[in-house]
Design a protein around this ligand. Sequence first.
Ligand code: KG4
Ligand code: ZN
Length: 336
Amino acid sequence: MERKLILAIESSCDETSVAVVKDGREVLSNVIASQISTHELYGGVVPEVASRMHIEVINKVVKEALEKANITLDEIDAIGVTYGPGLVGAVLVGLQYAKGLAFSSKKPLVGVNHIEGHICANYIEHKELKPPFVSLVVSGGHTFIVYVKDYGVYEVIGQTRDDAAGEAYDKVARSLGLGYPGGPKIDKLAKEGNENAIEFPKANFHENTLDFSFSGVKSAVLNYLNKCKMQNIEINKADVAASFQKAVIDVLKQNVIKTCKQTNSDKIAIAGGVASNTALRAALEKEASKYGIEVLFPSPILCTDNAAMIGSAAYFNFINGNISDLNLNAKPNLKL
Ligand code: KG4
Ligand code: ZN
């Protein structure tokens, strides 16, 4: 098939990113303008600030992505863009820009589900990866176990009933005074701690489902910290980080392996910001190897929000004929 070039735009949270992706798997450029240092000041993402910052940089980021790829807009076959889920004001900036660009350049517009984008990051990293496989999507906003039946065909097997895994990491990190985003900080600190020091409740929702609940373990950590403060007990932050992380990872691991058995899958592709967690990677690989299951993960830059993954998802949508209308609207709660 003739080669297809996608210009992809991502702005659903606190990264403005634009990429040029060839045939869904080859990244020609992936420019990411992160707002993290601004949101750090507030301890989390401030939606209104995020939208304004996307507006300020998007034009520049698009230009830079084309330049880095050494591609002109003329050569692009389609414009891919995240239209949800995410912060509505933030999503709208990228979406409106993409619609304007598609209209003025007479190129097809391809709306992409952000969660699908995270999964597709694995197609970029692992050139041979083909469906079917099981994917664990763990990010700041989402926790899903998905059975990827085919390109663009997903069955959600389990999901969080309350907080996302990354959200729990961020909240626990904040209560430990580690700052935002908390995931990487807990990841690092936990290496110095004892994961069996404190027994926090597991993030299991119910025995009969593969759904998760992370608010219980998060509250248990907060209660533990309060209790220690009130009783003047010294807190070992590394032990808290390691024990919290174990409670989260044990359940992710257990449910994803159960899903592989149910679907007869021998591959797990993890995705999303938390997929760069070193303890999760190690624990999953160890457990999966017992059953001959292979664990795949994207490099860290493709785990957290980026437009290359959106370009990959847009490519598979595009070649399957899933073109969007120019009145495509932002869907903050878009489902997979
Ligand atoms: O995928 P992402 O960039 O944004 C969303 O779509 O939500 O994920 C961001 C999340 C944050 O909660 C961050 O704390 C978490 O991913 N994260 C990590 C690590 N790196 C990022 N969590 C645990 N360990 C890490 N190494
Ligand atoms: Zn994301």
